[in-house]
Design a protein around this ligand. Structure first.
Ligand code: ATP
Length: 330
């Protein structure tokens, strides 16, 4: 069966790492048909397009979307993030962001293996708020955090289902219930109610500030973590930093109901400082492609790709892709 994949290489090192990811997927023997979409900061600078409704409708027809990185120092902050990345997440209902972390934290003797489930369509990212008297000493700015019972529950439910598939069956809710009393209460009550349906899953709660300490000092305590959009964004960069670096951090933006495509992308950005140097590590993109293979039902190929990324590889971006492709084939 051929899987139809929309490819958004994007900006900076995005196209470089995505080329290697596609190379490795093909080496794994999975049949894919790819269609390139020229989107991102460079496209915006050229003709002003960020993501039209027409392109969005086309993207909806694919099985999956594979994205490199979008963003450019030439584009004002927020234009691409809101107009492209968040628009795809919101409009395609990619309500779960999955970020796995396997590694040994600096100074740790034991490896860790945990997954962060980040709510991907609500929280402070919905763009609720505004400003008044901008640029004056009396300026006011508000930025609301939007949390619905439905949105919180479907994300928490996904996290419990994931925990059930794992050996430890342990799930930690991360929030800041001691200060964010309204959203925190909704998250905590929903978590506790859903937990009653999963008596096999052991649960825990951490405040987000405590979680940052545990990420560095004791990440082995975690199995699955569920958290809101903003906390998840920040925590997962830290997760990458304690798990071998940003060049290894992969992610999936899932529509678990499968009413449309899901999107897979490395956590890192466009890294304009190393574009064209061959220094970009393509493994985060390759591991994101492995997550895509899992979602497409190609788990055997996905396992082979992940296994091929474990041993160190040296060389340029394309050398690393070539070496991993050879391992995957064998
Ligand atoms: P953006 O605005 O697109 O997020 P950025 O430069 O702010 O770009 P990243 O692209 O995540 O953020 O880069 C942060 C740092 O990590 C940079 O020094 C970059 O060179 C490095 N980096 C990011 N991705 C990789 C990678 N795949 N391999 C090696 N280094 C990387």
């Amino acid at each position: 069966m051929t899987h139809n994949i929309a490819v958004i290489g994007g900006d900076g090192i995005g196209p470089e790492v995505i080329t290697e990811a596609i190379k490795v997927v093909r080496a794994a023997g999975v049949e894919i048909s790819t269609t390139d979409y020229d989107l991102g900061g460079a496209r915006y600078m050229r003709d002003g397009e960020v993501l039209s409704e027409e392109t969005l409708d086309e993207l909806r027809t694919f099985d999956c979307i594979l994205l490199g990185a979008v963003g450019s120092p030439d584009v004002p902050p927020g234009v691409i993030e809101r107009g492209l990345l968040l628009k795809m997440r919101f409009d395609m209902n990619l309500y779960v962001n999955v970020r796995p972390f396997i590694g040994t934290a600096p100074g740790a003797t034991e490896p860790h293996d945990f997954v962060v489930i980040r709510e991907n369509t609500e929280g402070p990212y919905v763009g609720e708020g505004g400003s008044l008297r901008e640029g004056t000493p009396h300026e006011v700015a508000t930025q609301g955090s939007f949390n619905t019972r439905m949105g919180v529950e479907r994300c928490i439910r996904y996290a419990f289902e994931l925990a059930m598939t794992r050996e430890r069956k342990h799930l930690t809710l991360v929030h800041k219930t001691n200060v964010l009393q309204f959203s925190g209460s909704l998250w905590e009550r929903t978590f506790n109610e859903v937990a009653e349906e999963y008596p096999q899953v052991e649960t825990a709660y951490n405040h987000v500030d405590a979680a940052t300490i545990y990420f560095v000092q004791d990440p082995q305590r975690y199995d699955v973590i569920v958290t809101d959009n903003l906390f998840g964004d920040i925590l997962t960069d830290l997760g990458g930093a304690v798990s071998g670096g940003i060049g290894l951090a992969s992610s999936a933006n899932l529509n678990p109901d499968r009413t449309g495509p899901s999107m897979f992308e490395p956590v890192h950005g466009s890294a304009p400082d190393i574009v064209g140097t061959g220094k970009a590590d393509p493994r985060a993109a390759i591991l994101s492609a492995a997550m895509m293979l899992d979602f497409l039902g190609e788990s055997e190929a996905a396992d082979r790709v992940r296994a091929a990324c474990v041993d160190p590889v040296t060389g340029s971006t394309s050398d690393v892709g070539d070496s991993i492709a050879v391992r995957v084939r064998n």
